[in-house]
Design a protein around this ligand. Structure first.
Ligand SMILES: C[S@@+](CC[C@H](N)C(=O)[O-])C[C@H]1O[C@@H](n2cnc3c(N)ncnc32)[C@H](O)[C@@H]1O
Length: 230
């Protein structure tokens, strides 16, 4: 179950490893659409890790209030080290999607950088529902994550497989398969505004806009709980 996942143990070397394996592409992908958010008043960063996007967000939107919701205390400590006491428009919460239960139409922007791959099946459906409900109609959502499909090169599938094994050992991450994000996202009233690929198409960042409230029951097809490859 997702509640056992804990990134504390790898927070100290996460950026170093990410840099070795992906160079600057992980950061470039998640920061790519940050300047396309209109003028948000409230931003939610969910699972932001060590906080690569904090500086650009503060620079682009100095008057926005930023809620940094992250489940690893060690990751939050590293993210906090990037800000000064004057940055009082930042609120760090060590928590999970459960902290969003009472947040309805609160945020102008939701950002999910390489975090939704932690969830699977009913968990990802629930997390997406909570994030979607927390976003106000007309608000924007930047979703960045890995992407492979059946036509992807074998080395990319192997890298994803290795990453999931690595996080299983180091972070007790239980799911072992990359979700088919398109199927999940397409089940919400979200308009895709833009999409950009990185790292030989293995990473994608997408900019969505919420155009209406969702139906009470999320209708995700059964295919979504399967994966693109196994
Ligand atoms: C793969 S890391 C990505 C970190 C960062 N976004 C990056 O790209 O460098 C996933 C992050 O999501 C956080 N996370 C995992 N499950 C979470 C949850 N249920 N709620 C909030 N954050 C979570 C982890 O602590 C970790 O920092």
């Amino acid at each position: 179950m997702i509640r056992d996942t804990n990134y504390d143990r790898i927070a100290c070397c996460y950026d170093f490893l990410a840099q070795i394996v992906f160079g600057n592409q992980l950061v470039a992908a998640q920061n790519h659409f940050l300047s396309d958010l209109m003028v948000p008043k409230k931003i939610l960063v969910f699972g932001g890790g060590t906080g690569h996007m904090i500086a650009p967000l503060l620079h682009l939107y100095p008057y926005a209030w930023i809620h940094y919701l992250e489940s690893s205390e060690a990751m939050i400590s590293k993210a906090k080290a990037r800000v000064t006491p004057e940055n009082d428009n930042l609120c760090f919460t060590c928590g999970t999607e459960k902290d969003l239960v009472d947040k309805i139409n609160v945020y102008d922007v939701v950002i999910t950088p390489f975090v939704l791959d932690v969830f699977e099946g009913k968990d990802i459906e629930r997390v997406l529902e909570l994030l979607f409900d927390a976003l106000r109609p007309g608000g924007r959502w930047i979703h960045t994550d890995f992407y492979v499909d059946r036509d992807s090169p074998g080395w990319q599938k192997m890298m994803i497989w290795l990453m999931y094994r690595f996080f299983k050992v180091t972070a007790r991450q239980q799911n072992q398969l990359l979700p088919d994000f398109d199927v999940y996202f397409h089940s919400f009233p979200l308009r895709q505004l833009a999409c950009r690929s990185f790292y030989n198409q293995m990473m994608r960042t997408l900019l969505y806009e919420k155009y209406q409230e969702r139906e009470p029951r999320l209708a995700v097809s059964k295919r979504a709980s399967e994966t693109l490859f196994s």
